[in-house]
Design a protein around this ligand. Structure first.
Ligand code: AMP
Ligand code: MN
Ligand code: MN
Ligand code: MN
Length: 291
């Protein structure tokens, strides 16, 4: 019997809408055996998620999704199985939070120049006192009737060439992978098909990622089509990367994505949970237990 893995999810610690404990309970109800909580640039949800996971019999992989700037592009790198007490990781993420705080103010100022007042305060209300991301601005703009959906807000206001766009200035790839590895984690490129890279540019990214110590590629993602999944499976195989799978769940508001509802890893991929340092020890037929 194989375990159901979902290795990419968000809580209210970043831009998800379920509190960490609620997220874990929903994962259990959805039949997930092994869940990674991977909030954007923060480990803050893990302390609440861990006891909740233990009480419902879900093995929690402590994770994070680190925002990276690579050759002018924003790329997301998952850290799976990180020790939240590792100082360089915590300090690196602290730096990203400070950038996020500045960027939130800048997005608010840019939108105000286009006649949209109160966006920073509105986004802050959605963030509930935690780090403000673009998704929180998007939810505020939907609430205030500026667009019909979060997706539409991104297109009209928050991406390159639009009024609320601010260029990302995130971590260097080498630094992000270094923090993750230093904290005992496995670095995985998140949703690789989302970046729409040419074959050669993807090759450069994976070269730089591996040179930094990165080991995995998120082959199965809630945001990948079947063709993209098969393509990334071939890329993982040919570049010797372990394959990961995650829904990138952000909450029940998006009914297209559910925890644990994922395609199987295509044949020939080596799952990331076969890594010798994988944090969950599995015994077939028994409850998974954290190492
Ligand atoms: P940030 O890290 O604050 O720049 O925000 C990135 C997050 O915004 C992603 O993790 C997604 O949750 C969300 N996002 C990005 N693009 C879109 C889009 N086109 N539609 C809906 N959500 C998006
Ligand atoms: Mn997000
Ligand atoms: Mn992402
Ligand atoms: Mn994500």
């Amino acid at each position: 019997m194989s375990l159901r893995h979902d290795l990419h999810s968000h809580s209210t610690a970043s831009d998800g809408t379920l509190a960490p404990a609620e997220l874990v309970r929903r994962a259990a109800a959805a039949g997930v055996d092994v869940l990674a909580l991977t909030d954007h640039d923060t480990l803050d949800g893990l302390a609440e998620a861990a006891p909740a996971a233990a009480s419902v019999g879900v093995a929690l992989v402590p994770g994070v999704e680190v925002s990276v700037s690579w050759r002018g592009l924003t790329v997301h790198v998952l850290g799976l199985g990180v020790d939240p007490a590792h100082r360089p990781l915590a300090e690196g993420l602290q730096g990203l939070s400070e950038y996020r705080e500045w960027r939130a103010g800048e997005i608010g100022r840019r939108l105000a120049r286009r006649g949209i007042e109160g966006a920073l305060e509105g986004a802050r209300a959605h963030a509930g006192g935690r780090i403000v991301g673009r998704t929180h601005f998007a939810r505020f703009l939907v609430d205030s009737g500026r667009a019909a959906s979060v997706g539409e807000v991104f297109k009209r206001y928050l991406v390159k060439g639009r009024p609320g766009y601010v260029r990302g200035e995130w971590a260097a790839l080498e630094d992000a992978v270094g923090w993750i590895r230093g904290a005992g984690g496995i670095a995985v490129i998140a949703h690789p098909a989302r970046y729409r890279l040419t074959r050669s540019k993807l090759g450069h990214l994976l070269h730089d990622f591996r040179a930094a110590g990165g080991e995995g590629l998120e082959v199965v993602s809630g945001s990948h089509s079947r063709d993209q999944t098969l393509h990334m499976a071939a890329v993982a195989r040919s570049s010797g990367l372990l394959a990961s799978c995650g829904s990138d769940y952000h909450g029940p508001e998006n009914p297209w994505i559910e925890l644990g509802r994922l395609r199987a890893l295509p044949n020939g991929c080596t799952p990331v949970w076969q890594h010798p340092d994988w944090p969950v020890q599995m015994t077939v037929g028994a409850e998974p237990t954290p190492a």
